[in-house]
Write a protein that binds this ligand. Structure first.
Ligand code: DGY
Length: 323
């Protein structure tokens, strides 16, 4: 039997590429050069499965390609706001993602941002590397205490819950959250977490606000100037979700004007571009979308795509179907 033809948009971890080669007639991207819209269309015309990742814009226009041959988009990543799901559905394409396997690592990274931001770790490291350190002194680089403070979670899905566990058990933090689809009572009770009726209530009460909602039209600029103004002046904002959940220009203004104390960002509006103003601010920690970037997790994400494709080509329902 002919092996299904699969086209992968970027370089994947070696183990996963090896497994793909065993199972499929796969076209890998050894140079890791991003595909253009036209190249993505050619993949949709030439393969049974196309495997993009979260930085590929699989737009309605890309999906409107003539002579569509692919039947499944096996996306590498949990977020799927880079794919126009309605357009994919209307072309009869199945779409899958890679949930669960990246929960712990993304929560670890959100916690890293929280700690780095509160304790001025990025600034401190730059200080040492720049040979500016003149020795210990009582008032040097004082940050904000983390232990015992209130963590406000916007969205209480898997990654938020994993962050709450770290914050509650590791740092004795009080957990408050808001989510239109709250987790079961036993999850909430185990964290002694308290639900709040609105985002605004969380923002007014939290010392650290961490965003854990999906990207897309519904959450675009959820954190705008008005909402940022509700935060406590000493509070910090952490974003490991999607860049455009925050109105980035409003955030820059809020940081500049001291409306909030600082921000820890792993994602940006229009990434990989990062505005000069953010680059020059000391009270922000900036990471290059590293949430899931541990070796173990990136392999597990790739294997999850493999599982989804195998199920699909066997005529079974892939477990991570999102469209
Ligand atoms: C995702 O998977 O959606 C992340 O943003 C990248 O790991």
């Amino acid at each position: 039997m002919n092996r299904p033809k699969v086209i992968v948009s970027r370089k994947w971890p070696e183990e996963v590429e090896g497994r793909m080669q065993e199972l499929f007639d796969v076209q890998l991207n050894k140079t890791d050069t991003p595909l253009t819209a036209v190249q993505m269309q050619a993949a949709l015309q030439g393969a049974d499965a196309f495997c993009p990742t979260v930085s590929d814009n699989v737009s309605a226009e890309v999906l409107s390609v003539d002579n569509l041959h692919a039947r499944i988009i096996g996306s590498y990543g949990v977020g799927f706001n880079h794919i126009d799901l309605e357009a994919a559905k209307s072309r009869g394409l199945v779409v899958t993602n890679t949930p669960q396997v990246l929960t712990d690592c993304t929560a670890d990274l959100a916690m890293t941002l929280l700690l780095m931001t509160a304790r001025r770790a990025g600034e401190g490291e730059r200080h040492v590397r720049n040979k500016e350190w003149r020795g210990w002194r009582p008032t040097h680089m004082m940050g904000a205490k983390v232990t015992g403070k209130t963590l406000g979670l916007i969205g209480m899905g898997r990654i938020a819950r994993a962050m709450a566990q770290r914050a509650f058990h590791g740092f004795g933090m009080k957990i408050i959250f808001t989510d239109p689809y709250p987790p079961p009572d036993e999850v909430v009770n185990a964290l002694q977490a308290q639900a709040r009726a609105s985002i605004d209530e969380v923002l007014q009460e939290a010392d650290f606000v961490s965003l854990h909602c999906p990207g897309g039209k519904e959450t675009w600029h959820l954190l705008n100037a008005e909402r940022l103004a509700l935060m406590k002046p000493g509070a910090f904002l952490i974003n490991s979700a999607r860049g455009d959940v925050i109105d980035q220009a409003a955030l820059i203004e809020a940081l500049d004007q001291g409306v909030i104390a600082g921000a820890g960002l792993d994602v940006y509006e229009g990434e990989p571009a990062v505005p000069e103003q953010l680059l020059s601010m000391q009270n922000v920690v900036l990471l290059p979308h590293l949430g899931s970037a541990s070796r173990e997790t990136r392999v597990a994400m790739g294997m999850r795509v493999v599982d989804n494709l195998q199920a699909f080509f066997k005529g079974e329902a892939p477990r991570d179907r999102v469209a």
